[in-house]
Design a protein around this ligand. Structure first.
Ligand SMILES: Cc1cc2nc3c(=O)[nH]c(=O)nc-3n(C[C@H](O)[C@H](O)[C@H](O)COP(=O)(O)OP(=O)(O)OC[C@H]3O[C@@H](n4cnc5c(N)ncnc54)[C@H](O)[C@@H]3O)c2cc1C
Length: 277
């Protein structure tokens, strides 16, 4: 149960959703978009989220898309993590998403909701950061298509009233060799100690991480160190560790030093798995 009441809207089109947000904002109703609604429930219960008007994006046709269009795979923001796994159109994404939460929650959690979540793990973003995907948003200024590595800086940079509609990924990234692993400290379904996703494209390894810092990221400095093939693998990994952004998380899931220990081994696994792929 949520400790507050709110009005519930389920727009049928992008325009209706954009207009609703603007009108409700002007009326001072503090509107909130939802897709799966799991975070509204989780954070609303402990007073970390409050709204008087919920705009549910789930029924908008463009947000339910899951198909190839020319050379791109287009995935809508309302597609659930379970649906991603069942269709398995993007194996790196399906595998990463299959490790998020538990079976019951994955039926509800959506791609858009995970990527735009306030809880900072946002693991579903990792495959898209690695594959230079294109993000489609809509808001008061209309539809925008923006490279993910421009619009995602720690979190998706959206203006008030703007929301995520789709993400498009080129097929060549989908077919590339990949590696992904989620190391947890607790249970089989907990938040990550570290989740790593990697793929090899144009003979270079790319790496993205969640759980190491208080935001998911991909780092060109880390990748440059890992791809320096003139050096022994262990040295490449040490240089990658020295290039990490900060801060390194130091919390109940694990100390900063333990995270770095785990990451060192994961990076060695990435090299072993993808160097010769
Ligand atoms: C038991 C459990 C375990 C979990 N474990 C993990 C984990 O290990 N790793 C992990 O990454 N996540 C995990 N999560 C999921 C995560 O914390 C969020 O709760 C979830 O991703 C939200 O998805 P949702 O579709 O329900 O989003 P919603 O609750 O609908 O929305 C979440 C946020 O995104 C915004 N939003 C939703 N859709 C859009 C859109 N289309 N455009 C713009 N903004 C939008 C909302 O306004 C809200 O702020 C877990 C969740 C549960 C319940």
């Amino acid at each position: 149960m949520l400790p507050f009441d709110f009005d519930y809207y389920k727009p049928a089109s992008l325009k209706e959703a954009v207009d609703l947000y603007q009108n409700l904002s002007q009326q001072g109703n503090n509107p909130m978009f939802i897709s799966g609604g799991t975070e509204l429930i989780t954070l609303g219960r402990i007073d970390l989220v409050y709204t008087e008007a919920v705009i549910d994006l789930k029924e908008i046709a463009e947000s339910k898309v899951m198909q190839f269009s020319g050379e791109h795979l287009v995935l809508g923001s309302s597609v659930t993590l379970t649906e991603l796994g069942e269709e398995n159109l993007f194996p790196l994404l399906s595998k990463t998403a299959s490790e998020i939460a538990d079976r019951t929650a994955r039926v509800k959690i959506t791609l858009g909701g995970n990527i735009c979540a306030q809880i900072f793990y946002r693991e579903a973003i990792l495959p898209f950061l690695l594959s230079d995907s294109q993000v489609v948003t809509v808001g008061p200024e209309g539809v925008k298509v923006v490279p993910i590595n421009e619009i995602f800086r720690k979190q998706l940079q959206l203006s008030p009233g703007e929301f995520l509609v789709q993400i498009a990924t080129e097929k060549r990234f989908i077919d590339a060799p990949f590696y992904t692993f989620k190391r947890r400290q607790q249970w089989y379904t907990g938040y990550p100690l570290i989740t790593i996703a990697a793929l090899k494209i144009d003979n270079e390894i790319r790496v993205a991480l969640s759980g190491l810092c208080p935001f998911p990221f991909r780092s060109q400095l880390v990748e440059a160190a890992l791809n320096n093939k003139g050096m022994p693998e262990a040295e490449r990994v040490e240089r990658a560790l020295a290039s990490l952004p900060g801060p390194i998380l130091d919390d109940v899931e694990g100390s900063a030093n333990y995270r770095l220990f785990v990451l060192r081994n994961l990076l060695l696994d990435v090299l072993e798995s993808l160097d010769k792929a």
